[in-house]
Design a protein around this ligand. Structure first.
Ligand code: ADP
Ligand code: MG
Length: 216
């Protein structure tokens, strides 16, 4: 068993009444494959993704990688990367420092960091912008930085939560193709969630639909 295996995953938020955001989802993603979950706002996509990555606790079910149960493995040891809709870059850091951030956290030395940053700048087409502040970038450039930052530590799986939804339609369709090519070039395993059918179709090898907390 290689890759991601999600079994009967549940996410319930406390409250009166509790919100059952994810109600028994099972799916597999093979190594090197990108799966898109397509569904309307509120159907539980972000909750599912957050439980897979480990930033939200599942209330039931399991998440495993290469057959290893990740229930007790904390977020930073899962080796999963995450890209959000609005990038969530560190505004006070340069492009290069944003991309290097995860590498620095995991103790990669200065020279190796610099080399990997250059590699990623080339990969996402931002050569020459290493020392630019991220507040001086366009929306599309910011999302490229977010992608580069997530890819830098070579995650075993990249989770993308509506990564292009904040961009205008024209840029969105161009970047969808680019991101797909980048994920393929890196041999990345991907879990994309989106409400945009075109984005799902372009970026993923396989599309599953989600509605009301379940796969449809
Ligand atoms: P999607 O990403 O598909 O829009 P979400 O996973 O964000 O869906 O939300 C699924 C359901 O869970 C919604 O009803 C939403 O209001 C609810 N929800 C999401 N996050 C929380 C939270 N932190 N606390 C309580 N309810 C939440
Ligand atoms: Mg969402």
């Amino acid at each position: 068993m290689t890759g991601l295996a999600v079994r009967d995953l549940h996410v319930t938020y406390p409250g009166t009444p509790p919100v059952e955001a994810v109600r028994g989802v099972s799916l597999d993603i093979a190594q090197g494959e990108t799966l898109a979950l397509l569904g309307p706002s509120g159907c539980g996509k972000s909750s599912l993704l957050a439980a897979v990555v480990g930033i939200v606790d599942a209330s039931g079910g399991s998440v495993a990688w290469d057959g290893e149960d990740f229930a007790r493995v904390p977020v930073h040891q899962r080796g999963f990367g995450l890209v959000f809709q609005d990038g969530q870059l560190f505004p006070h850091l340069t492009v290069g420092a944003n991309i290097a951030f995860g590498l620095e956290m995991s103790g990669v030395g200065r020279a190796a960091r610099a080399a990997r940053v250059d590699e990623l700048l080339a990969l996402v087409g931002l050569e020459g912008l290493r020392d630019r502040g991220v507040t001086e970038l366009s929306g599309g450039q910011r999302q490229r930085v977010a992608l580069a930052r997530s890819l830098a530590p070579r995650p075993r799986l990249l989770a993308l939560d509506e990564p292009l939804s904040s961009l205008d339609a024209d840029l969105r369709s161009r970047l969808a193709v680019e991101v797909r090519d980048i994920l393929r070039a890196e041999g990345m395993t991907g879990l994309l969630v989106t409400h945009d059918p075109a984005e799902a179709e372009v970026m993923a090898d396989r599309v599953m639909r989600m509605a009301d907390g379940r796969l449809a």
